[in-house]
Design a protein around this ligand. Structure first.
Ligand code: AMP
Length: 362
């Protein structure tokens, strides 16, 4: 459906009040939009930078109706928005990305089936509901493999590497949820495509970033990724193909594995989709002409997309737990751009902020 662009002064509803919602709200404010954030946590980082907020459960139908009445468009910063919530909101207001994108990306089996249908290569996989499914699943994936919960996994939570059938039975018991078994991919490195697709179907992909994890949490994203130029082009093309196949509106994160054959030839397997702005796209705040946050706002508002061109080489480093206590040393480097999320308590593993460094092209 062709919609008129939302004028500045309109209000954007955001489900979820974490750092991603906070950065979307900051970018929206810069373009003259108001944001209304709904989140059950009264200490949400996004609240303090939004024009309005509601503390309510995502299942609270009255709060959702009030939110819909107060905003012009709705988006979200996390993929676990309940299906019923998405339906309630999209009956009242445009919801971007839409309920189908949410349904597909919040279930690892549905997501992988969608990718295969779209002609995108993924690791061998099989759904595992009970231990009785494991024999057939292992026949598909081989061992070792990774058992993951179909829903609600993040930062390595809700998954286990298994080397034997017995280990898989024990892991399934421990995870206590419907699972997916995936073949273990012998990847050389991990990259991601940050894709933005507008309401007119126009699509742009940021420079492909290389992601390094520590303790299952993203530690750094580096631009450009150290892979063949043909692989960079292929990763961008995959990002576009997936966004088109989803009929997507907004920013989409596409996590991929780069596999190197014995001859050094590289190929790509898609691991996971994130229907939202993505941690591996935070470098774009300082390293690209238009940040992923601004482009997400532009897309959901029906505006033309901004240039995704990068300004040089870039690195984003997450500040996890205590690392944010080094803020003074970080800002003593004039080239470092510090972003803090305003979280009061630095628990281990908690994302407190990030630092971007950009080395402009000569
Ligand atoms: P995920 O929650 O699917 O993003 O997985 C978290 C991390 O586990 C990934 O970034 C990879 O480092 C690793 N991983 C996940 N799936 C696989 C796989 N099929 N093969 C090898 N490593 C994997």
């Amino acid at each position: 459906m062709k919609r008129d662009p939302l004028p500045p002064g309109s209000t954007i509803g955001i489900l979820g009040g974490g750092q991603l919602g906070r950065m979307v709200a900051l970018a929206a404010a810069r373009l003259g939009f108001h944001c209304h954030v709904l989140c059950p946590d009264p200490a949400s980082p996004a609240f303090e930078v939004a024009a309005a907020h509601t503390v309510a459960a995502y299942e609270d139908a009255d709060a959702l109706a009030a939110l819909a009445a107060a905003v012009d468009v709705v988006t979200y910063e996390f993929e676990n928005v309940p299906a019923e919530t998405a339906h309630l909101l999209s009956a009242a207001r445009p919801l971007f990305p839409d309920a189908r994108a949410l349904a597909i990306t919040q279930d690892r089996v549905a997501e992988k089936a969608f990718l295969v249908e779209a002609g995108v290569a993924v690791a061998p996989f099989a759904a595992v509901d009970t231990a009785a499914d494991l024999g057939a699943a292992i026949a598909v994936t081989g061992l070792p493999a990774i058992l993951k919960t179909r829903r609600f996994g993040y930062d390595g939570k809700g998954q286990a590497k298994v080397a034997t059938r017995d280990a898989a039975v024990a892991a399934l018991d421990r995870l206590a949820a419907p699972c997916i078994l995936e073949g273990l991919v012998p990847f050389a490195l991990e990259v991601s495509a940050i894709v933005v697709r507008g309401q007119d179907g126009g699509t742009a992909v940021y420079e492909i970033g290389e992601n390094r994890h520590e303790n299952h949490i993203l530690a750094t994203t580096t631009i450009p990724a150290a892979v063949d130029p043909a692989t960079l082009a292929a990763a961008r093309a995959l990002g576009c193909r997936i966004a088109h196949a989803l009929g997507y509106v907004g920013v989409l994160g596409v996590e991929m594995f780069v596999v190197r054959g014995p001859d050094g030839a590289e190929s790509l397997l898609v691991n996971e989709l994130a229907p939202r702005v993505h941690n591996s796209g935070h470098w774009t705040e300082d390293g690209a002409i238009t940040s992923q946050f601004e482009n997400h706002v532009r897309a959901i508002a029906g505006w033309p997309l901004g240039s995704v061109e990068s300004l040089g080489r870039a690195e984003m480093r997450n500040l996890i737990g205590d690392e944010a206590a080094d803020w003074h040393a970080i800002v003593s480097d004039p080239a470092a751009r510090l972003h803090l999320y305003g979280k009061a308590e630095a628990r281990p593993g908690r994302k407190m902020g990030h630092v971007n460094r950009v080395w402009p092209r000569p």
